[in-house]
Design a protein around this ligand. Structure first.
Ligand code: HEC
Ligand code: HEC
Length: 200
């Protein structure tokens, strides 16, 4: 395992260095950086694997801040912490610029229509204020939840719960309220609502 990790960070560092060199020469840095993420996040940031989030269409600000969080460890990760360490804040901003311009392709996921309907109501009540337009808007810099992979959202929510990803005070308050008033069924309904975006 140790060897594997070492090999991987060496590869990431090397590609990072090559790219920043190429970027200075050609000026095509945002695209070039974006392509290094394609293997996992999909060619244009729409992921095909349920454990890897889609990042297409997220705001530049959201992507930049999230990358910084992975790098300094304030956002828990399985893999992104190691990847983020190979890059500078300027490069994060370029990656953000690239993916913010890509169009999100929303995957079809299974969901329960009844729960999704309930979830839409909970969303309006507890989440819409910051995750605007049914959690489809990038403009609020809060992350797009509609059409995001459910397994990824579940991992992330458990990271927030465990405290390995910092949660904003106001969101924490709303999640607490949701849990208190609706029980576990509240988040289940919300996840069904976000998954239903692929069938619209
Ligand atoms: C080896 C696979 C892999 C590669 C390569 C990769 N990612 Fe990721 N990415 C993930 C996974 C998995 C997650 C979920 C967090 C975790 O467990 O690390 C993630 C999460 C993210 C997130 C958070 C999304 C959200 O909704 O909050 C962003 C932003 C991101 N990656 C950007 C990038 C960028 C930019 C690159 C290219 C420099 C990149 N990733 C390369 C696998 C990868
Ligand atoms: C006061 C504003 C606010 C409210 C209300 C809020 N959020 Fe958030 N949420 C944010 C912000 C800002 C982020 C991104 C940065 C972070 O992790 O704090 C975020 C991130 C998230 C993420 C991670 C997204 C990703 O791609 O990794 C999830 C999941 C999430 N929120 C779910 C919810 C749910 C469900 C509700 C309603 C019960 C909710 N939020 C209510 C502000 C809010």
């Amino acid at each position: 395992m140790g060897t594997k990790i070492k090999m991987m960070s060496a590869a990431v560092l090397t590609s990072g260095m090559l790219l920043s060199g190429a970027a200075t020469a050609s000026g095509a840095s945002a695209d070039a950086l974006g392509y290094t993420c394609a293997g996992c996040h999909g060619f244009n940031g729409s992921s095909k694997g349920p454990a890897t989030p889609s990042i297409a269409g997220a705001s530049q600000e959201y992507i930049t801040e999230t990358m910084k969080g992975y790098k300094d460890g304030s956002i828990a990760s399985t893999i992104m912490g190691r990847i983020a360490k190979g890059y500078t804040d300027e490069q994060f901003a370029l990656m953000g610029e690239f993916f913010a311009k890509q169009k999100l392709v929303v995957p079809k996921q299974e969901f329960d229509a009844k729960l999704a309907k309930k979830g839409a109501k909970f969303h309006d009540k507890y989440c819409e204020k910051c995750h605007a337009e049914g959690a489809t808007s990038a403009e609020d810099d809060s992350g797009i939840l509609a059409g995001q992979w459910t397994p990824y959202l579940e991992y992330t929510l458990s990271d927030y719960h465990a405290g390995t990803r910092e949660m904003g005070k106001k969101m924490k308050k709303k999640i607490k309220k949701l849990n208190k008033k609706e029980g576990d069924a509240g988040m289940e309904a919300l996840l069904n609502f976000y998954a239903s975006a692929g069938s619209k």
